[in-house]
Design a protein. Structure first.
Length: 290
């Protein structure tokens, strides 16, 4: 049986809602998940497991950690970090609110590890999480942490994936962790329910391109270490799709008609199902979903 685009999109949307619901994580089987460490450059490593890439700055002063995946993986994550460095985890910075990046907050908070995030992240987490999971230090402007001979520069970006996105630039190692504003595994996820926007995504990616140099390594929220050129290609794809969809919306085409025109055709083989992304583009440009 062939699913209609509308039905397929609903299944995709329900899947996203399940992913972002904290209660659902307890039902997942994490027993076979392996946490794998990779060196990026200088003091910077990242951990792959289930959920977003965890960034690490490691050195004599201990560990600065970016995101923490799911709660059931905390012991495995801590064990993987200890294989790299037995020092204290000094800070955890949340790049945004989603549970595949913040699910371990409560466990780490109970260990006395300081959690940092934008004001918006604390507000959204407070509506769904216990007190121990909430960021202790919040910020609205850029902050810098000086540890391990590294300048860890965390700066807010316009509402993109969510309204609480942060980029973290490990300046001395020249690595930028982008959270989920940039990914290599799928089309952009513009989570409008959590304040994400199309225009903000384009602006944030432009800011990333402007901050990165030709040799800067880009650590995405999901996927493989990339370059500034990769980010430019991702941003240009969004611009191309937006520029195709805009006149369709202006002419009064329904979402089904826009989807049938397949404005993402050149990118589907690489990024997969476009429905979630295309719906966000369509609605932000003024289209009304049935």
């Amino acid at each position: 049986m062939t699913l209609s685009r509308k039905t397929a999109a609903m299944i995709t949307l329900l899947g996203l809602m399940w992913l972002l619901t904290p209660a659902s994580h307890a039902q997942q089987d994490f027993s076979n998940v392996e946490i794998v460490a990779h060196h990026v450059a200088g003091s910077v490593y990242y951990l792959q497991g289930a959920g977003g890439n965890i960034g690490l700055s490691i050195g004599e002063d201990g560990v600065v950690m970016i995101d923490d995946q799911y709660a059931p993986l905390t012991d495995k994550i801590l064990a993987a970090i200890r294989q790299l460095n037995e020092g204290e985890i000094r800070f955890v910075i949340n790049t945004h609110v989603h549970g595949d990046h913040t699910g371990g907050n409560e466990n780490l908070g109970k260990l006395g590890i300081l959690i940092l995030a934008r004001d918006e992240v604390r507000v959204r987490l407070a509506a769904q999480s216990p007190a121990a999971a909430l960021p202790v230090l919040t910020y609205s402007d850029a902050i810098t942490i000086h540890l391990n001979g590294e300048e860890v520069y965390a700066f807010p970006v316009p509402p993109a994936h969510t309204d609480g996105d942060t980029f973290i630039h490990f300046v001395d190692s020249d690595v930028i962790h982008t959270g989920d504003v940039f990914r290599t595994t799928a089309f952009p996820v513009i989570d409008t329910n959590n304040g994400g926007t199309l225009d903000g995504s384009i602006q944030a990616l432009g800011l990333l391109i402007g901050t990165a140099g030709p040799d800067t390594l880009i650590l995405p929220g999901h996927g493989d270490v990339s370059s500034r050129m990769d980010v430019m290609g991702f941003r240009d794809m969004i611009l191309d799709v937006r520029d195709q969809v805009a006149p369709m919306v202006e002419s009064g085409m329904s979402y089904e008609e826009v989807a049938a025109a397949d404005p993402t055709a050149a990118y589907n083989d690489r990024y997969g199902n476009p429905d979630r992304f295309l719906r966000a583009v369509y609605t932000e440009l003024g289209g009304a979903l049935d």
